[in-house]
Design a protein. Structure first.
Length: 384
């Protein structure tokens, strides 16, 4: 049992390392000497959660497992003015480096440094591309599948669009930095997010999309040399983090509609556009159950689609259904008991084909409906 408890503890640390961020740095005085024994407090401005650490003798500190979002860092030490740094916005997997300077003065005095300058990560050599909440929520997405935004990163292409016949997933597959799609690893809140096929590692769903845009806060695509907490596959490490509740009550209601009302008829459609209708609707809500202590967030997204497509096939014409050749003569040694089976072919609704045109791969259009109806289910389609 002790081994099991230790294993669970280690797994928990790894998961938190992948879905959180950290801040490290050094506290110095005006001469550049390290200030040991200083109290460093990191406060999340969205939830009010705080973490407190003490600097080492050389003034170094490190705060792990910090939630994402806006942070405030405060440093206190007797004999020095209190230093406060704001404008820090942590992203998923970020290891921010922050150095602060204390000035000699009364403990009651305070020095505030604010700004939105980015905090540079100097601890690892990984190449990463964060797609933040603004991009996830505001960029137009046909089908509202957030993984399409992976291609915002350089060197990433949607392989499913390039070669759909080779995909075994119910969703998109991506090639990042020249790697094969099966080498990518997808993590949802630190847990591997796999596809429904035994041969596919890319997540997908019955709709063919990854639903739940309002439930996704941000995701990060790690390539090149990344930290030891990632592994298993040599390709991109796609780290997805879902939303959580904060001290502010927030929510959304939505419906997105696509239909064939404004679609143009293609070359093979005969007289009308095949009907198409898609509804995506739902909502999300998050907020505090107890301020600074307990939070709740929930999301629901429904998907309804009715789609008809034009399929092109060669079928027997009216003469063939009677056992006649194109010139009207009867087929030699015709077995008329086979003629009733001609009804299993759809009746032709396109132009007739002359035998001399067979070398040009002639096609007769037939409209075949493909109806999808029902509530999406499973972790690939709904995020709670």
């Amino acid at each position: 049992m002790r081994s099991l408890g230790l294993l669970l503890a280690l797994c928990t640390l790894v998961l938190w390392a992948q879905v959180t961020a950290s801040i490290s740095g050094r506290v110095e005085d005006a001469t550049g000497a390290g200030v040991g024994g200083a109290t460093v407090t990191v406060k999340n401005l969205e939830t009010g959660a705080t973490r407190v650490v003490t600097t080492s003798d050389s003034g170094n500190f490190r705060v792990l497992s910090l939630p994402l979002g806006r942070q405030e860092v405060k440093v206190e030490k007797t004999g020095f003015k209190e230093a406060v740094r704001t404008g820090i916005n942590l992203e998923v997997g970020q290891e921010a480096v922050l150095n602060l300077q204390l000035q000699v003065g009364e403990f009651a005095q305070q020095v505030i440094v604010s700004g939105e300058a980015p905090v540079v990560n100097t601890t690892t050599a990984s190449v990463s591309g964060v797609v933040g909440e603004r991009e996830v929520k505001d960029l137009p997405l046909n089908g509202r599948s957030f993984d399409n935004l992976i291609t915002l990163n350089p060197g990433a292409i949607n392989y499913a669009l390039k070669s759909p016949q080779t995909s075994t997933s119910d969703g998109n597959t991506f090639s990042v930095a020249g790697r094969r799609p099966l080498e990518d690893l997808f993590l949802l809140n630190g847990i591997e997010y796999t596809g429904s096929s035994q041969l596919a590692d890319t997540p997908g769903g019955v709709s063919g999309y990854l639903l739940g845009i309002d439930a996704v806060r941000e995701f990060n695509v790690e390539t090149d040399t990344y930290g030891a907490e990632y592994g298993k596959r040599a390709g991109a490490q796609v780290n997805v983090v879902t939303q959580s509740g904060t001290n502010a009550l927030h929510g959304t209601l939505f419906e997105f509609l696509r239909n064939s009302a404004l679609d143009a008829r293609n070359f093979f459609d005969q007289g009308f556009v095949p009907p198409f209708r898609r509804n995506q609707f739902g909502g999300a809500v998050g907020g505090p159950l107890k301020k600074d202590r307990l939070f709740l967030f929930g999301n629901y997204e429904g998907y309804r689609q009715s789609l008809a497509e034009t399929s092109l096939s060669i079928v027997p014409d009216a003469l063939a259904r009677q056992g006649l050749l194109p010139n009207g003569s009867t087929v030699a040694n015709l077995n008329r008991s086979m003629l009733p089976y001609m009804s299993f072919w759809p009746a032709p609704n396109g132009l007739g084909l002359h035998p001399s045109a067979a070398s040009r791969a002639p096609l007769i259009p037939i409209t075949i409906p493909d109806i999808r109806f029902g509530k999406t289910s499973g972790p690939c389609d709904r995020i709670m």
